[in-house]
Design a protein around this ligand. Structure first.
Ligand SMILES: NC(=O)c1ccc[n+]([C@@H]2O[C@H](COP(=O)([O-])OP(=O)(O)OC[C@H]3O[C@@H](n4cnc5c(N)ncnc54)[C@H](O)[C@@H]3O)[C@@H](O)[C@H]2O)c1
Ligand SMILES: *[C@@H]1O[C@H](CO)[C@@H](O)[C@H](O)[C@H]1NC(C)=O
Ligand SMILES: *[C@@H]1O[C@H](CO)[C@@H](O)[C@H](O)[C@H]1NC(C)=O
Ligand SMILES: *[C@@H]1O[C@H](CO)[C@@H](O)[C@H](O)[C@H]1NC(C)=O
Length: 307
């Protein structure tokens, strides 16, 4: 079999072919949760933006698996609703209002979290916003807000929770970034800047905790468009990049955490972005992105907040 592969493709082609096959099998194992998984039972999750979308869904999944969840959101009612539903389903949860752009809110929410369930052991930076405005149509204020929620807040929350994780030598920090942190897109100038920021933040954080020898894992999540209200109206090529189901991606993120995956780029096609960048000139990357439907993807965006 391997001999046939090498005689058909030559040594280099054969090696590349085998590498791709192994990589696809490994991906399939990860996607189906077939690698070793750690338990989240007894862990204390601090979720930002847990009042809606995939944050809310992850709260349910984690609580069902035995984690205690501090649900936070800028919208207090939504956070309370999530916590209420988690408790009704038999899980442990507490709701706190927390605008992640306000450091004082984070400090206060962290205190409630600690007083209720003890030290936070899994931090999930999930809160995110998008305006969908082109560079000349957005305001400085809107762009600043996007970077504050999607990037700077990760720094604020990690500074709050990392010290106790280091002390306990136990913890996991999750950054919900986006495929917009891997490739640009018209209409998403500030959003892409913020998500590239989140990706860089996660990678450097991983190296910093490794450098001090702390037993703390990091996970960076880069999905394409999800069927939540956040990106309502946006879409890429339906065949190549179908909209992700919120339930599916929420389950997949929890798997990524439990499998200690450092980076999740999903769907699989996203993994080809770095390869294209490395091997081909920009012209091809742009053509490739156009084929994926990036040029028109934001044309019919309405989103969650209409202003
Ligand atoms: N929806 C997509 O297509 C998509 C794709 C890739 C990545 N993501 C990322 O996934 C994450 C969750 O997205 P979603 O689709 O569930 O969005 P969503 O809009 O459904 O939920 C986001 C939640 O964050 C909260 N939030 C907003 N600003 C906040 C603030 N300042 N402080 C605290 N909470 C705040 C909102 O109230 C809301 O409950 C975001 O970081 C988003 O960028 C989304
Ligand atoms: C994940 O990392 C933690 C912390 O190092 C470790 O205890 C656990 O065994 C790892 N689990 C898996 C499935 O890799
Ligand atoms: C998780 O953390 C442990 C402890 O630092 C480390 O040994 C392991 O390699 C990490 N797992 C991944 C997938 O990074
Ligand atoms: C990009 O999309 C716009 C519509 O938003 C269209 O007019 C234009 O022709 C497209 N450009 C390319 C290169 O396809």
């Amino acid at each position: 079999m391997i001999g046939l592969v090498f005689s058909t493709f030559g040594y280099f082609g054969g090696a590349v072919f085998l590498f791709v096959v192994i990589r696809l099998i490994y991906s399939a194992l990860k996607n189906n949760g077939l690698l070793l998984k750690k338990s989240v039972k007894g862990e204390h999750v601090f979720m930002t933006g847990g009042g809606a979308g995939i944050g809310k869904l992850m709260c349910f999944i984690l609580a069902k698996q035995g984690a205690k969840v501090t649900v936070t959101d800028i919208n207090q009612e939504w956070a309370e609703q999530t916590a209420k539903e988690v408790k009704e389903a038999g899980g442990e949860a507490v709701a706190v209002k927390c605008d992640v752009t306000v450091v004082d809110d984070i400090t206060k929410a962290a205190k409630v979290a600690r007083d209720t369930f003890g030290d936070v052991t899994i931090l999930i930076n999930n809160a995110g916003i998008v305006t969908g405005k082109k560079i000349l149509e957005t305001s400085h204020q809107l762009a600043e807000k996007t970077l504050q929620v999607n990037t700077l807040a990760h720094i604020y929350t990690v500074k709050e929770f990392l010290p106790s994780m280091i002390k306990k030598n136990h913890g996991h920090i999750v950054s919900i970034a986006s495929s917009a942190g891997l490739v640009g897109c018209p209409g998403l100038v500030d959003y892409c800047a913020s998500k590239y920021g989140a990706v860089g933040f996660d990678e450097s954080l991983r190296l910093e905790v490794k450098k001090i020898g702390a037993n703390i894992n990091t996970t960076c999540i880069c999905p394409t468009f999800i069927k939540t209200d956040m990106f309502k109206g946006a879409k890429a090529n339906e065949f190549l990049v179908p909209l992700l189901e919120p339930d599916w991606i929420a389950e997949r993120i929890v798997l990524a955490i439990r499998q200690n995956e450092s980076m999740l780029m999903t769907p699989f096609i996203s993994n080809t972005i770095y390869l294209t960048r490395a091997l081909l000139p920009t012209f091809f990357l742009d053509l490739y992105m156009k084929a994926i439907g990036v040029n028109e993807s934001m044309d019919h965006f309405s989103g969650r907040n209409k202003d």
